[in-house]
Design a protein around this ligand. Structure first.
Ligand SMILES: C[S@@+](CC[C@H](N)C(=O)[O-])C[C@H]1O[C@@H](n2cnc3c(N)ncnc32)[C@H](O)[C@@H]1O
Length: 272
């Protein structure tokens, strides 16, 4: 199937306008493959025609195109050392800081199908007894309605639970349902998922910990800075920001600085 450069530019432009995600030239090959199911569903025979129709605001077709071009790659405990550091180093510090209120609000921003938020819930559940009388709220958000629906359902295929999930967590935290695995309701009580676009103002209230991992990688520098500045306005003054492996705030924004003791943790910059 041939796609004119104009159609490629228009579809990549649509994705960036709606989500901030840029499709680098090297990744544009994905457009054709990713959009074939959308073309079949809407009975459209060429990518040029699809690009024209998708440019009209508010249509299901436009939503389907954006959804097809998003990258939802994720897994339980993705980058395991990060979760180990959260459990062993960051949470003890937060436990001390919030010992009086006994409440933690955590935001998994760009949570995809929920594995990141549930991995956090497993961390709390696995630190036996320690968090029993705490209120732990883990809020997962994503721009993609289908990803949020799956996160809310908490149902995963055999393939999905085989990626990164220790067998102990599978047995203790899931019930088998046919070929799939469903998160137990006790863990669902600590998690809440909603559709949210990082280009919009953040959810209400301040968060103690924000994870925004593997989301801002393909934003323009300008948009990345704007989102990081927004995250700074949504975090507690002593809160913690965690980015993806290989992502940094250095040179991106002045709103966060690396924590000198906790590796991979950024703190909002206290204005003097
Ligand atoms: C590659 S996944 C990463 C998921 C998870 N954070 C992780 O590291 O495993 C990126 C997610 O960010 C979401 N996303 C992209 N642009 C977004 C935006 N503007 N607002 C909210 N979510 C966005 C995508 O839909 C996708 O599910």
């Amino acid at each position: 199937m041939d796609m004119t450069p104009l159609a490629a530019r228009s579809l990549a432009g649509l994705l960036e306008q709606m989500t901030g995600q840029q499709l680098a030239n090297a990744r544009r090959w994905r457009i054709e493959t990713a959009l074939q199911p959308v073309m079949r569903k809407h009975n459209i025979s060429s990518l040029d025609m699809l690009a024209g129709l998708a440019s009209q605001p508010g249509s299901q077709l436009r939503e389907d195109v954006v959804e097809a071009l998003l990258n939802h790659e994720t897994s339980f405990y993705r980058d395991l050392p990060v979760f180990k550091a959260i459990g062993d180093e960051a949470l003890p510090v937060m436990a001390e800081a919030r010992a009086k209120a006994r409440r933690l609000r955590i935001w998994s921003a760009g949570c995809s199908t929920g594995q990141e938020a549930y991995s956090l819930a497993f961390l709390f559940a696995n630190q036996k007894g320690r968090w029993d009388d705490w209120q732990i709220d883990i809020i997962g958000t994503d721009v993609s309605p289908p990803a949020v629906t799956q996160a809310r359902n908490g149902t995963y295929s055999q393939f999905e639970v085989q990626r990164g999930l220790p067998i102990g967590d599978l047995i203790a935290r899931f019930d088998q349902e046919g070929d799939d695995w469903r998160i137990r309701s006790m863990l669902k009580a600590r998690t809440n998922f909603m559709v949210h676009n990082l280009l919009d103002p953040p959810p209400a209230g301040r968060f103690d910990i924000i994870l925004c991992r593997n989301v801002l990688l393909y934003f323009s520098a300008e948009r990345r800075r704007a989102v990081l500045d927004r995250l700074a306005s949504a975090i507690q003054p002593d809160g913690m920001l965690i980015l993806g492996a290989g992502e940094t705030v250095l040179g991106q924004t002045d709103a966060f600085v690396p924590d000198m003791e906790l590796r991979g943790i950024y703190r909002p910059k206290v204005s003097s």
